[in-house]
Design a protein. Structure first.
Length: 235
């Protein structure tokens, strides 16, 4: 295993890259020459190098290409070779790097442009950890243990999309009640990651109750559902 990995420093602070994608880039960087080129390693070799599945590596490559950290070199009838792009686009030897510019930017530009993004990501991550801890003991058990990192990522993704943390927690409570009521076998219980990543949590919404009964139970008893809506405050 090589002792060094050659990757662009900007990738380390790129908030758009996931930890997994950065690991893949670091693995690729261990197979480059000193200029970032001639990466001949196969997907399976890269997967072994970063201790990830081949499918995960394959999913990460298009992102790294799109973000400009990799360049694909097509070779007719031969294996595709990748290059790690070490120089930022638009920065040449003739044009000074923005850091070395003699023009002092306005005070409003002295803050790192990613500071606000990083603050928001950190807030979401902290909230995701709180949600994860809140649901961990409540969530139905499986025949195989739940994995914390993928569960955390799925919950963070829901929060980034604007989900209410309380709704995420209450959906788990309702799912746990359903699993208990229907006596679902542990092997058929969804993983926490799948429950949130696939949007299953959105189907578990607390129903309004009037005098301890749901709207459906109210209707089954022959009572006026319009009266239920009025009492429940349903618009």
């Amino acid at each position: 295993m090589p002792h060094l990995s050659i990757i662009p420093a900007s990738a380390v602070s790129d908030t758009e890259l996931s930890d997994t994608q950065l690991r893949v880039l670091c693995a690729i960087g261990t197979f480059t020459n000193r200029l970032g080129g001639n990466v001949w390693a196969s997907v399976s070799t890269l997967a072994n190098a970063c201790n990830l599945s081949a499918r995960t590596v394959q999913r990460s490559l298009p992102v790294l290409l799109e973000r400009g950290y990799l360049r694909k070199v097509e070779r007719t009838g031969r294996t595709t070779v990748y290059e790690v792009v070490l120089q930022q686009a638009g920065v040449t030897e003739e044009s000074p790097h923005p850091r070395h510019s003699s023009v002092t930017p306005p005070l409003t530009q002295l803050c790192h442009p990613n500071d606000k993004k990083n603050d928001k990501k950190n807030d979401i991550r902290k909230m995701a950890q709180e949600v994860c801890r809140a649901i961990w003991d409540t969530y139905p058990k499986r025949d195989t243990p739940h994995l914390f990192p993928p569960a955390l990522r799925a919950i963070a993704s829901c929060l980034e999309d604007g989900a209410d943390p309380k709704r995420l927690v209450s959906s788990v409570v309702l799912y746990a009640e359903e699993v208990h009521r229907k006596q679902v076998e542990p092997r058929y219980v969804k993983t926490i990651h799948k429950f949130f990543a696939d949007g299953a949590w959105e189907h578990y919404r607390a129903q309004p109750r009037v005098y301890g009964r749901t709207r459906e139970e109210w209707a089954r008893s022959g009572q006026d559902v319009a009266e239920f809506d009025r009492l429940a405050g349903v618009a």
